[in-house]
Design a protein around this ligand. Structure first.
Ligand code: GLN
Length: 304
């Protein structure tokens, strides 16, 4: 398969469609992103890198960080994790409060904000330096030592985090959060503000395409079964209330973020990252969704 030709073609086709979308503005610092940016990186499991467009520019990974924190916590907690967070799609926006009430403070899945807060809470209770540990983990996967959290973006979200705090306080009332809420939200905002390039992110995501092996060190970080489960959660919950649409059109497990990134994998074959900051109404990258739809359609292959 000529992957370079494939992604170059997809890139050109999407550019011609004139899709635009809206940059996330509820985190004010993200509102200044250039909506024209667009990059695609695809890395096969043998480590060959294919790139087109703005693949060397760092962007805010936002909710894609939730796939990494889930991997860290699942490896240490094992099945016990599912006592505190579910594995069902929510069908609701990522920051929805309503479901939590009738489900007694147990979030539907680890990718809605409530679930990700529980996961980060577990990291916080086990580590003196939770953010450093998250960044170290991603460094090792991406084989890069230039990955950091953008303080301006983190503080911008922190100042506008009433809803995430509400989710956390609500879960704490059910005994499902141990940390102090201000500290938890701080770690969460800094984790979401981690910046990576398309290629760094695709390299790190090879973990999920490679049956749980660290793509850099070849260390087995997750069992094959754990990797299968994370991929299943990405497939069913990685795009919030658009997860069905993503499965329908793209057919790959993946995770999106409001920074405009989408990371996805075809297990055993490749990881792929698309970045374009213009979002659709559900908070997923408009060009990113279209590019991945064209990619699996032209390829004639997906997990289905
Ligand atoms: N930090 C963002 C938030 O909590 C992440 C949301 C996202 O990328 N979907 O609102």
């Amino acid at each position: 398969m000529n992957y370079q030709k494939l992604i170059t073609e997809v890139y050109g086709d999407v550019q011609q469609m004139g899709l635009c979308g809206k940059v996330a503005s509820y985190i004010p610092e993200l509102a200044s992103m250039n909506v024209e940016k667009f990059g695609i990186s695809l890395i096969t499991t043998d480590g060959t890198v294919y790139e087109v467009g703005d693949t060397y520019e760092k962007f805010s990974i936002q909710s894609i960080s939730k796939a990494f924190t889930l991997a860290m916590v699942f490896a240490t907690e094992g099945e016990n994790l599912w006592k505190r967070v579910g594995v069902e799609p929510s069908g609701n926006p990522f920051n929805s409060l309503s479901q939590l009430e009738y489900e007694n403070g147990i979030p539907r899945n680890p990718f809605i904000n409530a679930g990700a807060l529980v996961v980060t809470d577990i990291i916080r209770t086990k580590s003196e330096v939770p953010l450093e540990d998250i960044i170290k983990y991603i460094h090792s996967l991406a084989n890069s030592n230039t990955i950091a959290s953008n303080k301006k973006i983190a503080l911008s979200e922190l100042k506008n985090s009433s809803r995430n705090k509400a989710l956390a306080y609500f879960m704490k009332s059910f005994g499902n959060i141990e940390s102090r809420i201000d500290k938890l939200i701080e770690t969460y905002c800094y984790q979401c503000a981690i910046e990576m390039t398309c290629t760094e992110l695709a390299q790190a995501f090879l973990l999920f395409a490679n049956h749980g092996k660290n793509p850099t060190t070849r260390e087995q970080l997750l069992t094959t079964s754990q990797t299968k489960r994370i991929n299943a959660i990405m497939q069913t919950c990685g795009f919030y209330d658009e997860a069905g649409e993503f499965a329908f059109k793209v057919g790959l497990p993946g995770k999106s973020g409001v920074g405009g990134g989408i990371a996805a994998v075809l297990p055993g074959k490749f990881s792929v990252v698309v970045w374009s900051p213009g979002l659709n109404q559900k908070g997923n990258s408009l060009k990113g969704m279209k590019a991945l739809e064209l990619l699996t359609t032209k390829l004639g292959s997906s997990v289905f």
